[in-house]
Design a protein around this ligand. Structure first.
Ligand code: NDP
Length: 253
């Protein structure tokens, strides 16, 4: 996307990012902070989150709150406790980017490990539902809130071997569409971003033979993440955006 955001795009915005300890979520955190946002960062590893917090402090951006939280093992009551903790710290939430994700295994359905299947669904779908549900009251207190899910090309067209991950991303698109319809005409908009093949550890696990140098970096795709989070996308809801619209899905040549 060729989008040139104003440098104050996210001034006065309070935004939460999941999967903020690595990959695209980490880059979104660094980028949103540079554009003025106050951030709440959720991730599995406290040490990695602290490093991102420190990197943002070095940039001179707003102080960041971190929430070590395991989306795989958390119960519904943990989400409620998290939401209460957050509500004690902030009055509203202007954005929530679900970037956390689990690849699972690249294997045909006939051999997909059922345990791993459940784990992928838990992190990629159920956690997104539970966290969103817990944080909806804070999102609805914002005058303009953006709720963003992370999709994938295999969440729109099934591909052999992509099993649970592909199915989970179809479900993510569905969750986004249902929410967008439920909140149509309100202050809350709901969209997906398909990053397209991007140079992260998840991508390297999926395509170990691929030359990562052929891929866009998380920083390259930030214009779309800024557009969807900032007020310039206020009228967009129910859309699945492509951060790399001209890219053909699959391995880089
Ligand atoms: P990474 O694997 O680089 O990062 C994933 C993030 O999710 C990490 O911060 C990781 O934490 C966090 N996470 C994983 N499991 C849990 C858990 N149980 N609890 C809390 N946090 C967890 O992935 P990407 O940055 O590449 O992907 C970001 C999103 O974009 C994902 O939803 C992915 O499916 C999607 N996507 C990525 C593409 C790509 O090419 N990279 C292409 C299409 C879609 P930790 O640091 O502890 O591992």
């Amino acid at each position: 996307m060729h989008y040139q955001p104003p440098s104050n795009l996210l001034n006065n915005k309070i935004i939460m990012i999941t999967g903020a300890s690595d990959g695209i979520g980490k880059e979104a955190a660094l980028t949103y902070a540079r554009y003025g946002a106050q951030l709440l960062l959720l991730g599995r590893s406290e040490a990695k989150l602290k490093q991102v917090q420190q990197d943002i402090a070095v940039q001179g951006s707003h102080p960041v709150l971190i929430f070590p939280f395991d989306l795989l093992t958390a119960k519904t009551s943990d989400y409620q406790a998290l939401a209460e903790d957050i509500a004690n710290k902030i009055e509203h939430l202007d954005g929530l980017l679900h970037s956390a994700g689990l690849l699972g295994e690249i294997a045909p359905i006939s051999t997909q490990d059922p345990e791993l299947w459940h784990q992928v669904m838990q992190v990629n779908v159920n956690a997104g539902f539970m966290l969103t549900q817990a944080l909806l009251p804070l999102l609805l207190k914002s005058s303009k809130a953006s709720l963003v899910f992370s999709s994938s090309g295999v969440g729109r067209k099934g591909r052999r071997g992509w099993g649970a991950y592909s199915v989970s991303k179809f479900a993510t698109e569905g969750l986004m569409q249902v929410l967008a319809d439920e909140y149509q005409g309100t202050s809350l908009r709901v969209n997906c971003i398909n990053p397209g093949g991007t140079r992260t550890s998840m991508r390297a696990s999926a395509f170990p033979q691929e030359d990562p140098g052929l891929l866009k970096t998380p920083a390259d795709i930030m214009p779309t993440y800024l557009y969807v989070m900032g007020d310039d996308s206020s009228n967009e809801s129910g859309v699945s955006f492509d951060a790399q619209p001209n890219r053909i899905p699959g391995a880089a040549k």
